[in-house]
Design a protein around this ligand. Structure first.
Ligand code: PEP
Length: 249
């Protein structure tokens, strides 16, 4: 049985003071031992959010990371910095990073390898645009993203990673993929992992759905056989996130 993992993606929201307040508001609401709970927060919020989350079931994660150890990369945050801060999860290749910051499948792969080298679990994002869905090439596109993201990743490493399937047309739009659409792609991702590695790896890897998840649709989505939780944007900033995390209560 795979343990569910539900992660909030705060995006570019919350000052350090607001971050502490939000962790304090959410901590009594996200207490569900059946789920790994992660708040992926802006880099400047990592330390204060960790302090605020001390002694709770909340893991603080990062939203991005560079693939070099250190050096002349102004504005970037390194895997070594995240490791030293005690960060255990990092979102890699979110569609907003691909769209606005020119991330590619190749940079995603480099970041995945680096995160793993530093003992940080990458939450690897993939997803199709509306045009790709309408052209019927969703599965081919996602398979390509997955195959490149996992280049040179061993089966043992792959088992520890998390994949977030996030159709771009569903992110921040209020349009959720139907349960059938979400399950179809998550099952195809698992099959692809099975082809790259083996059945044991496919069975172990956790696959999230993301895209306008809310308190009303979480339970149905997370009940699907290949959906092991969610990556949640907008709703992770509200008390509603507690209802998403406690979807099975
Ligand atoms: C996200 O940021 O990864 C996301 C899925 O956002 P939202 O839940 O707001 O659609």
């Amino acid at each position: 049985m795979r343990k569910k993992i539900i992660a909030g993606n705060w995006k570019m929201n919350m000052t350090p003071t607001e971050a502490v307040n939000l962790v304090n508001t959410l901590k009594p609401l996200v207490n569900n031992e059946d789920v790994d709970v992660v708040f992926c927060v802006p880099a400047i919020d990592i330390i204060p959010a960790m302090e605020a989350a001390k002694g709770t079931n909340i893991h603080i994660g990062a939203e991005n990371m560079y693939f070099e150890e250190s050096g002349a990369y102004t504005g970037e945050i390194s895997p070594k910095m995240l490791e030293d801060a005690g960060v255990k999860y990092v979102v890699i290749g979110h569609s907003e990073r691909r769209e606005y910051f020119a991330e590619t499948d190749e940079t995603v792969n480099k970041k995945v390898l680096k995160a793993l080298e530093h003992g940080i679990t990458p939450i690897i994002c993939c997803g199709e645009s509306l045009t790709q869905r309408e052209q019927g090439i969703t599965i081919d596109w996602i398979r390509q993203q997955i195959k490149i993201a996992f280049l040179n990743v061993t089966a043992d490493q792959a088992k520890t990673t998390v994949i977030a399937y996030e159709p771009i047309w569903a992110i921040g739009t209020g349009k959720t993929a139907t349960t059938e659409q979400a399950e179809e792609v998550c099952a195809a991702i698992r099959a692809c992992i099975g082809e790259i590695y083996d059945e044991a790896t496919a069975d172990a890897i956790r696959i999230q759905y993301g895209g306008s998840v809310n308190a009303g649709n979480a339970a149905e989505l997370f009940a699907q056989p290949d959906i092991d939780g969610g990556l949640v944007g907008g709703a992770s900033l509200k008390p509603d996130f507690g209802k998403i995390v406690c979807y099975n209560k």
